[in-house]
Write a protein that binds this ligand. Structure first.
Ligand code: ATP
Ligand code: MG
Length: 273
């Protein structure tokens, strides 16, 4: 069996601010090196929480969790920081420093690999602009190399964060709704780039997606979350229209409601849920 990048057993995660509601409950998940997994499920199902947990930015309440063979929460801060550098999360809304140039923001992915002086100098003179340009070009964003981050559109910011991912040396590539602000052509390009990159470094790729059709078309394994639990975890060939309908059941207004403009989407209907 290939080496596990992640092993989660009976994992429970709670957001403290939410009163006592569980965001993830009894989650079992094993993800091997080189696996490419789409995480789907209705809004509030726990997709972002799962990715934050995999990135070791959110601490589980109970259960067993290992990332790259270590339990991050039993490590000291320094060791956990080193482990996090090998797990890269591109959030849906990347918190990029607003006045920074794109080139600097992208090269910041190399900070964990640099010493203090290299990092300090890079703030004034980008250390390797060619590498940043190559990464941005793979997302059709090479022309923004010297733009200010706060002058990018939402979709450009997202791709800037993904370009940053390419410069990291992470073994787990985690992308939270990387296509949410992209048009169909850019969505295809972005997915293809992420998948090529993950395959080339034999990294685990975990993407949360609202576009169920893209998930099924591009990812061999589908993990579906609902109400913080795994509804199913299957190879895409085994996922049926009925399972998808069930997953989103209750998330749409009833057909006779004035809020329902369209019949619920199905896979064969060609709509995205
Ligand atoms: N910072 C937070 N504080 C308190 N509760 C939170 C926080 N973030 C998420 N939650 C709650 O945890 C649950 C899971 O949220 P999460 O963001 O993981 O869902 P999601 O599947 O990513 O949804 P979406 O598709 O809308 O992005 C929801 O009930 C949400 O309200
Ligand atoms: Mg989310």
């Amino acid at each position: 069996m290939p080496e596990a990048v992640y092993d989660l057993r009976g994992l429970t995660v709670r957001h403290l601010a939410a009163g006592h509601a569980l965001a993830l409950e009894n989650v079992d998940l094993r993800i091997a090196a080189g696996e490419q997994v789409a995480v789907i499920g209705p809004s509030g199902a726990g997709k972002t929480t799962l990715l934050a947990t995999l990135a070791c930015t959110h601490r589980p309440e109970t259960g067993a969790f290992t990332a790259l063979g270590a339990d991050p929460w039993s490590l000291d801060n320094r060791a956990r920081h080193k482990l996090r550098a090998r797990l890269f999360l591109a959030p849906q809304t990347p918190p990029l420093p607003p006045r920074q140039r794109v080139v600097t923001a992208v090269l910041a992915a190399r900070l964990p690999q640099w010493n203090f002086w290299q990092a300090a100098v890079s703030l004034f003179k980008p250390a390797d602009p060619e590498a940043a340009f190559r990464a941005l070009s793979r997302f059709n964003l090479g022309d923004k190399l010297y733009s200010r981050v706060d002058r990018l559109s939402g979709g450009e910011r997202q791709r800037c964060a993904l370009a940053r991912m390419l410069l990291s040396d992470a073994q787990a590539l985690l992308a939270d709704e990387p296509l949410s602000a992209l048009d169909p052509a850019l969505s295809q390009l972005t997915l293809a780039t992420l998948q090529q990159e993950a395959a080339s470094r034999n990294a685990a790729l975990v993407c949360s997606l609202h576009q169920v059709e893209l998930a099924l078309a591009h990812f061999p394994r589908i993990v579906a979350l609902k109400h913080g639990r795994i509804a199913f975890d299957l190879p895409r060939e085994q996922v049926t229209d009925a399972m998808i309908a069930e997953l989103y059941l209750g998330e749409l207004p009833p057909a006779n409601s004035p809020l329902a403009h369209e019949a619920p989407a199905t896979l064969s209907g060609g709509a995205c849920l």
